[in-house]
Design a protein around this ligand. Structure first.
Ligand SMILES: [Zn+2]
Length: 169
């Protein structure tokens, strides 16, 4: 499985050709026969809420502020990954059973497709103070209203998740 369209076989390095497989044109290896199925990648994020405030981070890689999150390792469940990413990016400790599942949506960023799994967590269920990890230059509490009214500073997918938690007229 791959997230983006591959050009070369990751099993043997041969240049790939397209073949019709299970109703779609897919990259296939003329040498070893490996079929490269392209898939959406699982992504997780966490809304940590305290009343009408949520934790957002300023990513070190640039771009708008975002909810803490990332991708599960191959041997991690999504809740375990969410707790790990939260700790790595914000310093907040949490327990996987305390996460409430909010939504699972398909989202597209450029060529990459994700299955975004979003959880909600109350601040009372976390320990520690928000502190930026290696992947963030800042971690702050934002009011939901500020996040929703700052389209150039926050991501649409995050605002959508926030709108579904914090009902606005
Ligand atoms: Zn091959």
């Amino acid at each position: 499985m791959v997230a983006v369209e591959p050009y070369y076989c990751h099993q043997c390095g041969t240049e790939l050709i397209e073949r019709r497989i299970h109703g779609r044109d897919r990259k296939s290896c003329p040498e070893c026969g490996h079929r490269h199925f392209r898939n959406a990648v699982v992504s997780v994020d966490v809304i940590v809420r305290d009343g009408e405030e949520v934790v957002l981070l300023d990513p070190a890689a640039g771009g708008p502020w975002e909810l803490p999150g990332g991708h599960p390792e191959f041997d991690e469940g999504p809740e375990v990954a969410a707790v790990r990413e939260l700790r790595e990016e914000t310093g907040l400790e949490a327990r996987a059973p305390d996460l409430d599942l909010l939504s699972v949506v398909h989202s597209v960023h450029g060529e990459r497709h994700y299955h975004m799994v979003t959880y909600v967590l109350d601040r009372a269920e976390t320990a520690g103070e928000p502190t930026p990890g290696e992947e963030a230059t800042a971690v702050e509490w934002w009011s939901v209203d500020r996040a929703l009214s700052s389209p150039s500073e926050t991501r649409e997918i995050d605002r959508e998740a926030l709108r579904s938690v914090f009902v606005r007229e």
